[in-house]
Design a protein around this ligand. Structure first.
Ligand code: PCG
Ligand code: ZN
Length: 322
């Protein structure tokens, strides 16, 4: 399939947050990513050659690992949610294309070469990454460095036709966005966003920077905001990766991360707190800036999802008591 063969119907569907990733092979996903760059007019605006974009996407594909959750399909889902949100909130009318290019490319690159073991593991196990980055967001620093390794090669550098000043701005933006996906910075970033919300100004760079960080964070953890049949398999993938890590931690005598422990975690217990206290508050604040998110499915569906998981959790508790 080439991007020219993607029908108008699929192009429109790709712009919606209900898109089902499970229906597409990796080769097709690469084409869909290409469609996103085309339909946001990046190809013409930034003079990106098609073969360079294809090479870039292929290098990205190669550098995602075959692991249960943080794989190429996750990269696609995060990018597709970012793309869907951009259309839903009509961000094209509010900020420059260069910021949109930063946001989409950050999403594409945000988990490059993820090993399936989180920062806590990296630090406790004193891995090469923890040593290299002095325990400071080892994974996110690595994802970002791999992204710029790919962009260093002229044949996969989608920014190669841009003036140095623009390249610098894009590099600064991508680094900010990818480093913002470290969940240990969640409260810091959310509080920053809450503080500027009452006076939010799209022409203020600092404000836009925080918005871009919030958008990549929302996209990164948005599986549960998708239709149930899309979200469910993702939870299985996530728990599989979590359990692999906690098994390894037990084997190596390292501290076991409680929310990853197969002896302690169940699907409902894992989701209730996460949706209510992490995902929902993030969406609420974004909807404060873009009220269309409230009426358009997201918050309603999420509220339903919280209730469902809490009912499951309650049943589980009752069973535990008897
Ligand atoms: N419990 C739970 N955690 C999630 C879900 N989606 C994302 N996360 C967590 O949010 C984190 C975001 O950053 P990471 O990719 O490091 O790891 C991710 C998971 O730990 C989800 O649906 N449920
Ligand atoms: Zn991610």
């Amino acid at each position: 399939m080439s991007s020219l063969e993607v029908s108008e119907e699929v192009r429109q569907y790709l712009k919606t947050p209900t898109f089902d990733n499970w229906q597409w092979e990796d080769a097709e996903i690469m084409v869909l990513l290409q469609v996103m760059y085309t339909d946001l007019d990046f190809i013409s605006t930034f003079n990106i050659e098609l073969d360079v974009l294809q090479q870039f996407l292929y290098e990205v594909y190669r550098r995602y690992n075959n692991i249960p959750f943080h794989n190429f399909k996750h990269c696609f889902c995060v990018t597709q949610m970012m793309y869907g949100l951009i259309w839903l909130i009509d961000l094209r009318s509010k900020i420059d294309s260069i910021d949109l290019l930063i946001m989409l490319t950050s999403a594409v690159c945000h988990d490059l070469d993820h090993t399936g073991y989180n920062n806590a593991y990296q630090i406790n196990a004193r891995t090469e990454l923890a040593l290299r980055y002095n325990d400071i967001s080892p994974l996110e620093n690595h994802h970002c460095a791999v992204a710029f390794e790919i962009l260093e090669k002229s044949e996969s550098n989608i920014f190669r036709n841009l003036p140095t000043e623009q390249y610098k701005r894009i590099r600064e933006g991508i680094i900010k966005c990818i480093l913002a996906t470290d969940m240990t910075r969640h409260t810091e970033i959310l509080n920053k966003f809450k503080a500027i919300l009452p006076v939010f100004d799209f022409s203020n760079k600092d404000h836009r920077d925080v918005l871009m960080m919030i958008m990549i964070k929302v996209s990164d953890i948005s599986n549960e905001a998708r239709p149930m049949d899309v979200a469910e398999p993702w939870l299985d993938c996530l728990l599989q990766e979590f359990f692999n890590q906690s098994d390894m931690e037990k084997l190596e005598g390292l501290p076991v991360t409680p929310f990853m422990d197969r002896d302690k975690v169940t699907k409902p217990s894992s989701q209730t707190g996460f949706i209510r206290f992490v995902l929902f508050p993030l969406f609420i604040e974004l909807a404060n800036l873009f009220p269309c998110l409230e009426v358009r499915t997201f918050l309603e569906d999420l509220t339903k999802r919280v209730r469902e998981t809490e009912t499951h959790r309650e049943r589980e508790r009752k069973r535990e008591r008897v």
